[in-house]
Design a protein around this ligand. Structure first.
Ligand code: NAD
Length: 370
């Protein structure tokens, strides 16, 4: 197969395939084309890629000649005329949000694999870009908060006095939240965490965090491990109990998301008013509307004396490792799709069925066919 790696649109800094993956795919008999400068923003030069066996080309040449095309961010409409039957495209497309784009891409005839649709099943863990990128976000969120906080994270006993440890609250203990708990603990903070899924209590405690319990949450096993909308009565109780933890915290990291819905607002302006001056909130749900009132995606704002860092694109701030992890996820999916250097699309396989959005001129992704 001929594989083509495109340079991401600015301000993206990651690259979809790392030279390590290029080397392995090349050794398996594939030809790899890469747009010049595609790795620059992640500190990977054209030489790194050519030494790994890739051939440098212009964007137009990659789009024209590659059978499989890789770009993390959706291609712009200017690239669409180059797509067609026989081309396979890989990226992060949010098919349930970008429905119109899915129909446009289906019409081109391209086969689209949206990496964010990889099913959350054990067999697909090594391909799961949502998890790997959430790992980066959870880690970086804590570092941003620590850099912004006018206080230490760890407890210090020094000749200049004793410093109490920072109190960190993590709301939403999914992949990003658990990584945030682990990172804040490593820095010496006292950590509490809350999630509407009581089953995560054990995971929070295994990382040294204290789980804030709000009895009465509904957890739907059929939701595949995801959160579901709670009753108004529960939300009220949750808000009252969470407020106690929020107002005593130096840092709050919020990651709460419900698939296909706007992020729940969990920190209100009155709560911000009661927080300590200088406290920091990092809202990782900012792109989905935010968990904190006043959060603005991609901006740092100060509301009621609290610094709110709204950022859902933290993987791009650590492009080297984020690219390596994304690339490994793609490479693992390709192990399933490629037999030697030939494509093998088995739509009876849950991973292929769950990740392929358009094929042969049609939408084939079941959630979009309902
Ligand atoms: P996510 O990004 O969808 O949401 C983040 C967290 O926010 C979740 O833990 C969710 O329960 C929580 N949340 C939602 N509403 C909330 C509210 N009102 N208050 C507090 N918390 C709230 O989650 P994710 O990190 O993508 O993980 C989702 C699930 O998928 C988890 O069960 C995780 O263990 C599972 N998972 C499975 C695999 C796999 O098996 N391959 C891989 C990754 C994740």
């Amino acid at each position: 197969m001929i594989l083509g790696i495109l340079k991401e649109p600015s301000p993206e800094t990651r690259v979809s395939l790392h030279p390590e993956a290029v080397k392995a795919l090349n050794a398996a008999g594939n030809k790899i084309l890469i747009e010049k400068g595609a790795g620059e923003a992640s500190f990977l030069s054209d030489e790194h890629f050519s030494e790994a066996g890739a051939e440098l080309r212009s964007r137009a040449e990659v789009l024209k000649d590659a059978e499989m095309i890789f770009q993390i961010n959706p291609l712009s409409s200017a690239d669409h005329p180059q797509l067609g039957k026989g081309k396979i495209l890989f990226g992060v497309y949010q098919p349930l949000v970008e429905k119109e784009l899915m129909h446009t891409l289906a019409k081109t005839g391209v086969t689209l694999f949206s990496m964010d649709s990889i099913p959350r099943i054990t067999r697909a863990q090594s391909m799961d870009v949502l998890s790997s990128m959430s790992t980066v976000s959870g880690y970086k969120a804590v570092l941003l908060a620590a850099a912004q906080l006018p206080r230490f994270f760890p407890m210090l006993m020094t000749a200049a006095g004793t410093i109490a440890p920072a109190k960190v609250l993590v709301i939403g203990a999914g992949v990003a939240g658990l990584q945030a708990i682990a990172t804040a603990k490593r820095l010496g903070a006292v950590v509490e965490a809350f999630d509407t899924r009581p089953s995560v209590k054990e995971q929070v405690e295994s990382l040294g965090g204290k789980f804030v319990e709000v009895p009465g949450a509904v957890e739907d096993k059929a939701a595949g491990g995801y959160a579901v909308e709670q009753s108004e009565e529960y939300k009220q109780k949750q808000s009252e109990m969470l407020e106690k933890s929020i107002v005593k915290s130096d840092v709050v990291i919020t990651t709460a998301l419900i698939p296909g819905k706007k992020a729940p607002v969990l920190i209100t302006k009155p709560m911000l008013q009661k927080m300590k001056a200088g406290a920091v909130v990092v809202d990782l749900a900012a792109a989905n509307g935010g968990n904190c009132e006043g959060a603005v995606n991609k901006e740092t704002v100060i509301v009621e004396g609290v610094t709110i860092i709204g950022n859902s694109s933290l993987p791009a701030t650590m492009p080297e490792d984020a690219s390596k992890m994304y690339s490994k996820n793609v490479q693992n999916l390709l192990k399933l799709l490629l037999k030697e250097d030939q494509i093998n699309l088995n739509f009876d396989d849950d991973i292929v069925k769950g990740t392929c959005i358009t094929h042969d001129g049609n939408i084939v992704y079941e959630p979009l066919l309902k």
